[in-house]
Design a protein around this ligand. Structure first.
Ligand code: GLU
Length: 461
């Protein structure tokens, strides 16, 4: 995918190669005494590009973690950050572990030990390398990592900025948990603002009423499905999980399915929907929008030709393989690529990092001042509407809505929405103005690679 895009750019071969390769990957094997014996774990932290520092990217806990995987995901982080103008290079980490095999105490020991190994080498550091959650990790693990870093750097006033995705009470930011799903929603809203783009996907109208299939109801898939169905009027007709899939043409109750999975470990047995044992089959079911939100490579050479969705939005990292991408493009399917579609997570991570470095919550200084100024306007409007001759009245909820100054959550949403809109517009400008660019992914790569190249050039490379 990188090669397809870079072939359309006029970079010197040296710079092209410099951008393509992963700068460094650190492999660590460490032992932890658990259940009376020492268990050895293998972990990685890969740094793809340091054109900007710190470098940024999640840490995943999964049995699929390997050097190749973290390197590919680190590269994706470079392009993702460049596209949404988060001022970071790209990195990724992983620990080869099935987190379901361990209890919370054991996981804490393992996470802290892994963090210790990375902190020791500045591979976790507020100004050099800032991890975040990814598959198999969340707020809890980030809090352990932040605490581990602080213990090892007791005088670092910016210690909390060493990792993002922390709980609110440990230096996190409002809206980070749902940020990636929220970003998927904002991405689709922006896509549907552009009639020509919607037509390119052989669709019409608005998001309202669109039939959506979501693969994976984890943090990203759940929030995307929830917001799209509750706020945009879309219908979630299918949900694919590890133990099968659910189908309901009238639209599934996302909250109820999520609740069921939490209590039963899967979708099996969920009442009021058709259960399909071979869940992967649902990726080939007719729908308007397909949202792969779990693993990489789920749409591949084996099933791509049978995928019927005219629009795919990659909420996961790398869900469509390069071979499948070609088949889908030839079929006229529009793919909103991962580096854009799931960038909501790192965007809000950026806000969290800035919050940690500034040591103040967003909105703390302005909110009441803003409310005071709004009060002036409301008072004036009320004075005017008291004059019956003018025939003015204020709408019932205007006062309440207008008076309220923005809190941190609203500011985070506003910043994320703005970021998603601007990044989409930069991609579509390339998509629609260059004859040699026929898909959004290539457009996204072009925008990103040009930004990375400009940084390297500015450094004199
Ligand atoms: N793991 C997420 C991703 O793949 C978030 C990374 C971050 O916030 O640094 O984009």
């Amino acid at each position: 995918m990188f090669n397809r895009a870079v072939a359309l750019l006029e970079l010197s071969p040296g710079l092209e190669e410099k951008i393509r390769v992963c700068n460094a990957t650190y492999t660590v094997r460490f032992g932890v005494r658990l259940r009376g014996k020492i268990q050895t774990f293998t972990g990685y932290r890969s740094v793809h590009s340091e054109h900007m520092e710190p470098v940024k990217g999640g840490i995943r806990f999964s049995m699929g973690v390997s050097q190749d995987e973290v390197e590919a995901l680190a590269a994706l982080m470079t392009y993702k950050c460049a596209l949404v103008e988060a001022p970071f290079g790209g990195s990724k980490g992983g620990l080869c572990i099935d987190p379901r095999e361990y209890d919370a105490h054991e996981l804490e020991l393992i996470t802290r030990r892994f963090a210790y190994e990375l902190v020791k080498r500045d591979l976790i550091h507020p100004s050099q390398n800032v991890p975040a959650p990814d598959m198999g990790t969340g707020e809890r693990e980030m809090a352990w990592i932040a605490d581990q870093y602080s213990r090892m750097n007791t005088t670092d006033i910016n210690a909390r900025a060493c990792v993002t995705g922390k709980p609110l009470n440990a230096g996190g930011i409002a809206g980070r948990i749902e940020a990636t799903g929220r970003g998927v929603q904002y991405a689709l809203q922006e896509f549907f603002r552009h009639k020509t783009d919607v037509a390119a996907a052989r669709l019409s109208g608005k998001l309202d009423g669109k039939r959506i299939i979501v693969q994976g109801l984890g943090n990203v898939g759940y929030h995307a499905a929830k917001f799209l169905s509750e706020e945009d009027g879309a219908k979630i007709i299918g949900i694919v999980e590890h133990d099968g899939a659910l189908l309901d043409e009238d639209g599934l109750d996302v909250e109820a399915v999520h609740h069921w999975i939490a209590g039963h470990g899967g979708v099996t047995g969920f009442p009021n929907a058709k259960y399909v044992k071979d869940g992967a089959k649902l990726l080939e079911h007719e729908c308007d929008i397909l949202i792969p939100a779990a693993l990489e490579g789920v749409i591949n050479l084996k099933n791509a030709a049978r995928v019927k969705a005219p629009l795919i939005i990659e909420a996961a990292n790398g869900p469509v393989t390069a071979g499948a991408d070609q088949i889908l493009r030839e079929k006229g399917c529009v793919i909103i690529p991962d580096m854009y579609a799931n960038a909501g997570g790192v965007t809000v991570s950026y806000f969290e990092w800035v919050k940690n470095l500034s040591h103040i919550r967003f909105g703390r200084m302005q909110r009441r001042q803003e409310e005071g100024r709004h009060q002036l306007v409301v008072d004036e409007l009320e004075r005017l509407s008291a004059n019956k001759d003018l025939g003015w009245t204020l709408s019932p909820d205007f006062k309440e809505k207008y008076l309220k100054g923005a809190d941190e959550l609203e500011l985070v949403r506003s910043g994320l929405d703005d970021t998603m809109r601007a990044a989409y517009q930069s991609m579509r400008a390339v998509w629609h103005t260059r004859d040699d660019v026929t898909d959004l992914r290539t457009a996204a790569y072009i925008v990103s690679i040009e930004k990375v190249a400009a940084s390297y050039r500015a450094k004199g490379l």
